[in-house]
Design a binder for this molecule. Structure first.
Ligand code: DON
Length: 581
């Protein structure tokens, strides 16, 4: 193993070695899916089929994204949704970009201390289970806002396939069943959820069973007919508000009537000549990905190699520093001043690099900002059309099946996004994130997210569409897919499959996916002072969905000889598919 020499290589050498690095991917990954006209990569194959059909019929990537969004709400109920929230990053064929925020907002009756008892202690489960955990949902407004502005097809045409799948049902395959694993007890607690997502005898669905969602079909039909009013002003809002009131929640009709989508300027940065466009606050994703990439730009990752102790050390230290900023400084831009310019500034990255000891792990406690004390479902899909319009969407119910509740009669699973707020400063949330005041609960505020739908271009042309679920790890999962392609020469399938590592400042641990690091590498990292732990919970390692343009990897793109679009769905996803035409 080479001795740590992170600072000694000249920039010229770094650039030279980056350009000519040998391919270091995983031989075991299948080939990416190739296509010439359009590509849709989602976590459920039926949704991918629906997206491609929209493109084939002349719809653009935005139309396909709307159709896929509704379809996943039916065929991927653990995360696809209209009762949660999400983000959409768009890069149009002319190079312009935009970002849609249709994430949940805190109900008007929410308070900073709503999840604490009289003694100021967190009441376990309040922010994750039942109606108190629910933020005001955004996807129906988000999809319609985006379709009417940037789509070309009528809503009915885009939502009809989802209605049919809900009404007629679809046969569950092994990959679908995986997302129901271990959820029986939770779903059984809510009779309306149990009636849909468990069999009449209370048992979980098995492969070969048909999942029919009659109430959801009716809700979707009323949206097709009456538009967003059906959800925000009509019977659906009424049903959710009533169920919430009956079960101790605080959702009010006014919360729904006031819901608005925000169209925001995406975060932009440049990494080794590639232009990155990603999610701005209320997501932390884009800023923190850019901050980490800016730090890593100073290290010859390509030369050091995928999975080497030096590469992992640099990545972990960059993550450690950036997650301090994520967890302490960021929040909803309508409520707090985010230091966005600073976080994407290359000179700030340089300052951080100067603090990183190439031989020794940092200590998270030493990075604790003054006054700060320390005391999981989502899905991503990536689409590109024949004209080159690219769309990246990450949307979520937060935990698997959200709060595990369905307002009777609606068929709509509701989120537990309120848990993404700082319920109590210094206390970890569902994803172990220890957060501060900037993300405190306030009426109408949006909780800080890690969702990072990202589009990368090079020389003015689209290069990569990428994103993932994974809670706090979304940022590092997306980041690792990017550096796997750019620095390590992997093809898009290898890049999303490669085992991952993660650090989020607190707890001060390096989490590694099984087999991500060899025993020798682990020893080297431990000797530097890293506390490396294998995390076998595969659910938390995300499910990336990516597209590369012009070839399956950088070498092929640079040689100019690849398929126009290469798509890859993470092999961790049981039911997903990349489909092109
Ligand atoms: O917005 C966020 O950051 C979280 N609510 C995402 C949750 C998630 O990715 C769950 N999936 N594994």
């Amino acid at each position: 193993m080479r001795s740590p020499c992170l600072k000694s290589l000249s920039i010229t050498l770094i650039v030279a070695l980056s350009t000519f690095a040998p391919r270091q991917g995983l031989a075991a990954s299948p080939e990416p899916v190739k296509a010439e006209h359009g590509m849709v990569v989602t976590a459920q194959h039926l949704a991918s089929d629906i997206g491609v059909e929209v493109l084939k019929k002349g719809g653009n990537a935005i139309d396909a994204a709307v159709a896929v969004g509704y379809a996943l709400a039916v065929v991927y109920p653990t995360a696809g949704n209209i009762g949660g929230g999400g983000f959409m990053t768009i890069r149009f064929k002319d190079g312009k970009t935009t970002f849609l925020d249709f994430r949940e907002r805190a109900p008007l009756a929410a308070t900073k201390t709503m999840y604490l008892d009289d003694k100021g202690d967190l009441v376990e489960g309040l922010s994750t289970e039942g109606y108190l955990a629910v933020g005001v949902p955004g996807p129906v407004m988000g999809f319609e806002f985006t379709r009417s502005r940037y789509g070309t097809k009528p809503l009915k045409e885009l939502i009809d396939p989802a209605i049919e799948l809900a009404r007629e049902g679809f046969v569950l395959q092994q990959g679908d069943i995986e997302s129901f694993d271990g959820k029986t007890e939770r779903l059984a607690r809510d009779p309306a959820a149990a009636a849909i997502f468990l069999k009449p005898d209370g048992k979980p669905f098995a492969a070969g069973d048909r999942l029919v969602q009659t109430d959801l079909a009716a809700s979707l039909s009323s949206i097709a007919e009456k538009g967003t009013d059906a959800f925000y002003k009509g019977a659906i809002a009424d049903a959710i508000v009533k169920a919430s009131a009956d079960k101790g929640g605080i959702l009010a009709k006014e919360d729904f009537e006031r819901y608005q989508v925000r169209e925001l300027e995406p975060v932009k940065c440049n990494y080794r000549g590639y232009d990155i466009v990603s999610s701005p606050p209320p997501s932390s994703g884009g800023l923190i990905i850019c901050e980490i990439l800016n730090i890593l730009e100073g290290y010859p990752l390509s030369y050091l190699g995928y999975g080497s102790a030096e590469t992992v050390h640099a990545m972990i230290e960059a993550m450690r520093h950036a997650y301090v900023d994520r967890n302490t400084a960021l929040g909803d831009p309508a409520f707090v001043e985010n230091p966005a310019a600073k976080l994407v500034d290359k000179s700030y990255a340089k300052e951080i690099r100067a603090k990183i000891d190439p031989f020794k792990a940092g200590v998270s406690q030493e990075l604790m900002p003054a006054g700060f004390t320390e005391s999981k479902e989502t899905t991503h899909y990536s689409i590109i059309d024949d004209e080159g319009n690219a769309v990246a969407v990450t949307y979520t119910l937060n935990g698997s099946f959200g709060a595990g509740i369905v307002a009777p009669g609606t068929g709509i699973l509701l989120n537990n996004e309120m848990d993404d707020f700082t319920a109590k400063p210094g206390t970890p949330n569902l994803y172990g994130l220890v957060q501060g005041e900037a993300n405190a609960i306030e009426p109408g505020k949006t909780p800080l997210s890690s969702m990072s739908p990202t589009i990368i271009s090079r020389d003015g042309k689209p290069f990569m569409v990428i994103g993932s679920p994974g809670g706090a790890r979304i940022i590092t999962i997306t980041l690792e897919a990017i550096i796997n392609v750019i620095d390590h020469g992997m093809n898009i399938q290898e890049a999303v499959d490669a085992p991952r590592v993660h650090h989020q400042w607190l707890p001060d641990k390096v989490f590694m996916e099984p087999y991500a690091l060899s025993p020798d590498t682990r020893k080297l990292l431990s000797a530097m002072g890293h506390d490396v732990q294998v995390d076998e919970n595969w659910m938390i390692w995300g499910q990336a969905a990516g597209i590369l343009v012009g070839g399956e990897n950088v070498a092929e793109i640079e040689a100019g000889g690849g398929a126009r679009y290469s798509g890859a769905v993470d092999s961790r996803i049981g039911a997903g598919a990349a489909r092109g035409y």
